[in-house]
Write a protein that binds this ligand. Sequence first.
Ligand code: FEO
Length: 177
Amino acid sequence: MISQDMAALISAQINREFYSAYFYLALSAQAETMNLKGTAAWFMAKHGEELTHALKMYRYLIDQDAPVVLMGVAAPEAVTDGVLRIFERTLEHERTVTSSINTMLDHALTEKDHATAIFLQWFVTEQIEEEATVKDIVGRLRLFGDQGYGLLMIDNELAAMAKQVGKTAGATSGTAQ
Ligand code: FEO
């Protein structure tokens, strides 16, 4: 059993994960309008990954016999000023998610809630990987440009990466608690 405060923080994070999924779905749709199939596939794969994050937390609350409080998901922000900006916003967004995960972990440690602290470790590690991946994409877009041949090359890379994200998400959901 975990505290009411801890459960409330996790419920709020479930909402943020659903927002992330919604945000990436919007960015996938935006990429489709730009004929960037690889970018659209990558954001669609990220959409699925964020849903698995929300459901991991949902399952944790259920397993801890804690209340699940589902809240309205805000409309996602529209990013229409180019591919570089789309990925810069993605990086900024992931950094806010990292910050909220860290706040939850701080709270768990304050409460000496070892179970939740261990549970959250997975998300801490996941955020390191997610930020690094997006930072790399932003760097490549700055280096090669977000138009013309440079963009085509990166879009092709994202198509390949999307398949990998899909496989990882599948493996993750298979082990979700
Ligand atoms: Fe579930 Fe990318 O944060």
